[in-house]
Design a protein around this ligand. Structure first.
Ligand SMILES: C[S@@+](CC[C@H](N)C(=O)[O-])C[C@H]1O[C@@H](n2cnc3c(N)ncnc32)[C@H](O)[C@@H]1O
Length: 214
C-alpha cells in the first residue's frame, strides 16, 4: 500500500482520539493511517461514488479494520454520523469543496482539515468569511505543491497579504513554491498586453519579493 506524502502529511494533523469523517475517501488510506497510528478511535470513510467506496471496503477488509473504519455512501456531509468531530476533505477542487461545506451545518466538527488542488487564496477567503479561523497550515511538494489548512470555529482578521501567503507557512518548501509562482508570473507578464492585469501581476510580484526576499 503506497500512501502519498500528501495523505501522510494530512494524517499528521489529526488530533489524538478523533472520530474522523473523510469525505471523498477513495481507497480509505487516510482513515487507515489515522487508525493504525492511534490518531482516530473511529473513522467514517465517505464517498459519493460506489467505485471508490468499494476500494475503501477492500482496504478496510485487507487491513482487518472493520471494527474501526466504516464506509459511508454520502454526497458530501449528507450521511456523516453525528459523532464525527474531525472532517477531512482533500484532493478536490475548490468549487466541489465549497459546495460540500455550504450544504450542511459544520457545528459538529471541532476541526476541519482541508486540502484543495490549486491555489488556496479563495479557500482562505471562504474560511475567514464563514465564522472559522485557520489554526495551522502545511505546504508540501509531491509533483505539485499542496497546501493543507487546519480550520476551527472562530474568527480572525486577514489582510490581503495573509490571504495570499497564509499566516503559518515558512521554510524551504514555502520559498520554493513562491519562487516557482514568481517564474510563472514573469512568463505571463512577458506575454501580456492588458495593462490592468499587468499592474495586478506586477503588484503581486512586489508582494512576493517583500514576503520571501526573493
Ligand atoms: C481525487 S479523489 C481524492 C481522494 C482522497 N481524498 C485524496 O485526497 O487523495 C476525490 C474523491 O472524492 C469523491 N467525491 C467527489 N465529490 C464528492 C462529494 N460531493 N461527496 C463525497 N465524495 C465526493 C470522488 O468520488 C473521489 O473518490
Amino acid at each position: 500500500m503506497r500512501i502519498s506524502k500528501r495523505i501522510r502529511e494530512i494524517e499528521k494533523l489529526i488530533p489524538q482520539n478523533s472520530i474522523v469523517a473523510d469525505i471523498g475517501c477513495d481507497h480509505a488510506y487516510l482513515c487507515t493511517l489515522a487508525v493504525l497510528h492511534g490518531k482516530a478511535v473511529k473513522c467514517y470513510a465517505c464517498d459519493i461514488a460506489q467505485g471508490p467506496l468499494e476500494n475503501a471496503k477492500r482496504t478496510i477488509r485487507e487491513m482487518n479494520l472493520e471494527d474501526r473504519i466504516f464506509p459511508v455512501l454520502s454526497d458530501g456531509l449528507e450521511h456523516v454520523p453525528a459523532d464525527a468531530n474531525v472532517c477531512v476533505i482533500s484532493g478536490m477542487g475548490f468549487d466541489t469543496l465549497k459546495k460540500i461545506l455550504e450544504k450542511h451545518d459544520l457545528d459538529q466538527f471541532e476541526m476541519l482539515i482541508l486540502q484543495i488542488n490549486g491555489d488556496v487564496y479563495d479557500l482562505r477567503k471562504w474560511i475567514i468569511a464563514h465564522d472559522m479561523k485557520i489554526t495551522d497550515e502545511r505546504i508540501i511538494h509531491e509533483g505539485h505543491y499542496y497546501t493543507i489548512l487546519v480550520c476551527q470555529h472562530g474568527h480572525d482578521h486577514y489582510t490581503e497579504e495573509d490571504y495570499i501567503f497564509g499566516k503559518y507557512l515558512q521554510g524551504d518548501t514555502f520559498q520554493d513554491y513562491w519562487k516557482f509562482r514568481k517564474q510563472k508570473i514573469q512568463e505571463i507578464l512577458q506575454m501580456l498586453h492588458d495593462s490592468k492585469q499587468t499592474d495586478e501581476l506586477t503588484h503581486l510580484l512586489k508582494m512576493i519579493q517583500r514576503k520571501t526576499g526573493a
